[in-house]
Write a new protein. Structure first.
Length: 213
């Protein structure tokens, strides 16, 4: 099963989870607040990858009420709920695959929560390069996401993806923090930091685009 087919499988899975999504992900609200608190004070233009119903944007708009936010999510039902939020008039929603949709550019920050652990290392290199390219100089990439606590766990999940995907509706393939940082460095992100938030297997990773002379 190729990446496009896997992403369509994810789309179906999350469309079917719309009634329980907020209940499940509200457990990570402290993490989502930490993400907002980590944004530079002068942040104005944000790209949110995989925003779902927009839970992380609640605090972002408390801090940055005039922010311009573009959301890309593959799940129609999630975006329909997001458009009911009080801040919806400040959000442009795009329904599509991260690897297919054009990101645009000149963002102060790209943020994501609980969305990017569905991709393999080589896929993340491609995606993170796309993120890097759409950021302004000194722009931030902040990713709150599930991580693998050990390489063994990472390998086990990858094995399931490669060999048993047809038997699963949904498979997470998180990388270890060390491998996440390797990917970011390979794309030439700098000023990379990581910290655990909410749970041991959940991390907030920050990186910055710094122009090289």
């Amino acid at each position: 099963m190729n990446l496009y087919e896997r992403n369509q499988k994810q789309r179906t899975f999350f469309n079917e989870k719309i009634d329980s999504y907020d209940d499940v992900h509200s457990a990570y609200m402290e993490t989502k607040k930490t993400l907002g608190d980590s944004l530079d004070k002068e942040t104005k233009k944000i790209l949110d990858l995989g925003a779902g119903t927009g839970l992380e944007l609640i605090h972002v708009f408390e801090l940055f009420p005039s922010a311009e936010v573009t959301v890309i999510d593959i799940t129609e039902n999630m975006l329909e709920e997001l458009r009911k939020r009080s801040f919806a008039e400040h959000v442009i929603t795009i329904c599509g695959d991260f690897f297919e949709v054009e990101f645009g550019g000149k963002y102060d920050a790209v943020i994501s929560t609980s969305a990017l652990h569905h991709f393999k290392k080589e896929e993340k290199i491609k995606l993170y390069k796309k993120i890097y390219d759409c950021l302004k100089e000194h722009g931030q990439f902040i990713n709150c996401d599930k991580i693998a606590l050990t390489k063994e766990i990472e390998d086990e999940q990858l094995y399931e993806l490669e060999h048993n995907i047809e038997n699963h509706k949904h498979i997470d393939t998180p990388l270890t923090v060390e491998h996440e940082i390797e990917v970011l460095k390979s794309v030439v992100f700098e000023d990379i930091t990581s910290s655990n938030v909410d749970k041991d297997d959940y991390s907030l990773i920050k990186a910055r685009k710094i122009k090289r002379f």
